[in-house]
Design a binder for this molecule. Structure first.
Ligand code: IMP
Length: 429
């Protein structure tokens, strides 16, 4: 069933610290979209889609690729590890999914993650006093080179003389630093160049100037796929415990290179509780039996690194901030089923510091104390439910409270792992 909401171009973003279940929502929304574009991040992301008992994990390619007659694109705001991208293409093709230059387009302005980016990511993390807990995929160092204007773009990568020049220039600068600061062996130009030139040849057919290509296709329906979550955003997040890209909805057009598209809906995805991977403040974090319960029931282990996720209660103060930061006008609540086995559920409704309720969102989240409201659990499996009206009364109370607090309607609710275990709550146009 389609409705007025499906007619709008949509930006979909995570409202917490990533892992909100965006992959599954994207997969659902793809049915009513023609073009699906990733606009930031890299293979630090891991979107999981389970279909027909098969699990697909996407790190770079939009999960829309599983659908026929869709165009998927990787925008200029993304950083690409070519080995990971080619592996992903090969694995999809082996599973019978069609991935060709007709349905996958890669911006020539995206930047390439090189082996030295991955290594410096790990080395720097080891040496830092204030550790971030990065995914060690070379994301931060690659974005750093981009901003320093010594990065290697996809366009350079597929142009052998440019690639050779830029690689030489980078190694001339980086090798002495690596040796001096980290006692690391020098990177050899020849071995990297030979290996990466072959990868570039395989990627070349997919490269497409997205700004020009989609200019003629503005009537199509666009879905902008965000990775990570609002509080990992380089500007709006819990800096320095963030990723290195602009995660929020405002970057959807810039990061994809399509400034002429009008986005009608900013859809924010939030779990029915909260998780975080890596270091950094987390006001509603829990330990002990509730942590074990959520990790087990929610499968809270990173899709990219396998690290156990930190877990906590739903934080509405945090979500209210995310709603403003992204100008969210529609919500998706995921993993409602995970809370099914709990008798009591807590939700953070205010922050306190030095015994006083805070009236504004604090600059730092590490010293605040959450104030909770308690809800009764629903104590039953909700994964087969397809309608809001059929949910247990206590689950409806929980969801209605979230809507009322955030003053944003919930449009979709995800109630299970499987592709079909998601339904529309309401339509407001
Ligand atoms: P980086 O993006 O690898 O530099 O990692 C920076 C921080 O962002 C770390 O705390 C990571 O755990 C976190 N992070 C990066 N990507 C994701 C993601 O897709 N989901 C959840 N956390 C992420």
């Amino acid at each position: 069933m389609t409705n007025c909401l499906d007619e709008m171009n949509t930006a979909l973003v995570g409202l917490q610290w990533g892992d909100e279940g965006k992959g599954k929502v994207i997969d659902y929304l793809c049915r009513n979209s023609d073009v699906i574009i990733r606009f930031q991040g890299g293979n630090n992301a891991g979107h999981t889609v389970i279909t027909g008992g098969k699990k697909f994990i996407f790190h770079l390619i939009p999960s829309g690729i599983l659908h026929k007659n869709k165009i998927c694109a990787i925008g200029q705001g993304v950083v690409i590890d070519p080995e990971v991208l080619l592996d992903e293409i090969n694995n999809l093709q082996k599973s019978g999914v069609s991935v060709t230059p007709l349905n996958l387009k890669i911006s020539p302005y995206s930047h390439i993650i090189m082996p030295y980016h991955r290594i410096i990511d790990s080395l720097r993390e080891q040496k830092r006093i204030e550790k971030i807990g990065t995914t060690k995929r070379g994301i931060g160092p690659c974005y750093k080179d981009k901003v320093s204007r010594c990065g290697i773009r996809v366009a350079d990568f597929i142009t052998p003389e440019k690639f050779a020049l830029k690689l030489k220039d980078n190694l001339r600068e980086k090798n002495p630093i690596f040796k001096e600061a980290y006692g690391q062996e020098e990177f050899k130009f020849k071995s990297i160049y030979t290996k990466y030139k072959k990868l570039a040849e395989k990627i070349k057919p997919f490269v497409c100037d997205l700004t020009e290509y989609f200019y003629q296709k503005q009537k199509k329906r666009f879905l902008f796929e965000g990775a990570q979550g609002t509080f990992l955003d380089i500007d709006a997040g819990t800096y320095p415990f963030v990723t290195s890209s602009s995660v929020t909805a405002a970057n959807a057009l810039l990061g994809s290179g399509l400034p002429y598209i009008r986005i009608g809906k900013n859809l924010g995805v939030a779990k029915a509780y909260t998780t975080r991977v890596g270091e950094g403040p987390f006001p509603t974090e829990i330990n002990g039996k509730y942590l074990e319960f959520l990790q087990k029931e929610g499968g809270e282990f990173g899709a990219t690194t396998g690290r156990p996720r930190r877990c906590g209660w739903l934080d509405l103060v945090l979500l209210r901030r995310a709603v403003k930061v992204n100008n969210i006008n529609s919500l998706v609540i995921t993993k409602l089923d995970v809370l099914g086995g709990l008798k009591k559920i807590k939700v953070c409704t205010a922050y306190k510091a030095k015994g006083k309720k805070l009236k504004t969102f604090p600059y730092y989240l590490d010293k605040i104390c959450p104030e909770y409201k308690e809800f009764s659990g629903w104590g039953q499996d909700v994964s087969k439910i397809k309608k809001f009206a059929k949910l247990p009364k206590t689950a409806k109370i929980y969801l209605n409270f979230i809507e009322k607090y955030l003053k944003v309607p919930i449009s979709f609710i995800s109630v299970g792992k499987e592709r079909e275990e998601i339904f529309r709550k309401e339509v407001t146009c």
